[in-house]
Ligand binder design. Structure first.
Ligand code: SF4
Ligand code: SF4
Ligand code: SF4
Length: 259
């Protein structure tokens, strides 16, 4: 009987801080179990073995910011049966997408001593702006248990069980008092995707949206609540313009309050 080949996993990096790939390495015990059932064919952060495709599942971290990367992602898509983007950079352009609100050339002379070496695109864009994406996993960084769930689901031909609700639901489930209600502290939790187990509110801090927009977020209502709490337009622009500044619902809400 012919030997059954293992599913082949590849991990790719574009413009990013590597934090989401580190979340994968942080799986430790769980990763050993996964590694027994799959072949890690390409994962530069963890191994020198860089095998050619085709790959069963590609995990893609980072945003597209250079002409070279805009070409590279197409080859990865062609070589991959399933392509999953991981983290705020790959799903929304990341913190580097803050440049999308300005002319990128204005930054060249300010930031770099030799700006003539810079070859960059005008915007930092998510992977889904360039190729078809099978699943987007949010977070900055991603939650490792959610990542294992998504990998497990795609390797077993089922739908990932990632809840679409907000951080508020996680506060309720763990019994954390609401910092907005109890302490009058601004919190983006009502419009932010769950995944962190309401980490910041559990330390009496408001959420600043690192898991990006939840499904169907009411960002206008969130801003209205912020205004009732005394936040000015500038504060609201800043609140929505961080790790997920170019995720559509957050981008539109920040632009609505920009003078
Ligand atoms: S989403 Fe955040 S943690 Fe992940 S690569 Fe981008 S900056 Fe790093
Ligand atoms: S603290 Fe924030 S995330 Fe938690 S319930 Fe209140 S508004 Fe929602
Ligand atoms: S900023 Fe919000 S989403 Fe990020 S860890 Fe804190 S509570 Fe969770």
């Amino acid at each position: 009987m012919a030997k059954q080949s293992k599913p082949r996993i590849a991990v790719w990096k574009f413009a990013s801080c590597d934090g989401c790939q580190l979340s994968l390495l942080d799986c430790e015990d769980e990763l050993l179990a996964v590694a027994g059932t799959v072949e890690i064919a390409n994962f530069a952060e963890a191994s020198r073995a860089m095998q050619p495709g085709p790959y069963t599942v590609s995990l893609v971290e980072g945003s597209i910011t250079t002409p070279h990367d805009a070409e590279r992602i197409h080859k990865i898509r062609r070589d991959s049966q399933v392509l999953i983007t991981i983290g705020a950079c790959a799903t929304a352009g990341g913190v580097q997408a803050l440049r999308n609100f300005k002319d990128v050339k204005d930054f060249f002379n300010t930031v770099y001593a030799s700006p003539h070496y810079i070859e960059t695109l005008a915007k930092s864009t998510p992977i889904s702006d360039h190729v078809r994406v099978d699943y987007e996993l949010r977070g900055c960084p991603i939650n490792k248990m959610q990542l294992l769930e998504v990998l497990n689901a795609f390797l077993n031909g089922r739908k990932p069980n990632i809840f679409p609700h907000s951080v508020c639901m996680e506060c309720k489930m763990r019994g954390t008092p609401c910092v907005m209600v109890a302490q009058g502290m601004p919190c983006l939790g009502p419009v932010t995707h769950a995944g962190c187990n309401a980490l910041c509110p559990s330390f009496a801090r408001g959420c600043f949206g690192c898991f990006g927009p939840k499904e169907t977020p009411n960002t206008a209502s969130m801003s209205s609540q912020f205004q009732k709490m005394g936040l000015k337009d500038d504060d609201i622009v800043r609140a929505f313009r961080s790790f997920n500044a170019c995720a559509d619902p957050f981008r539109k809400e920040s632009e609505a309050h920009e003078k």
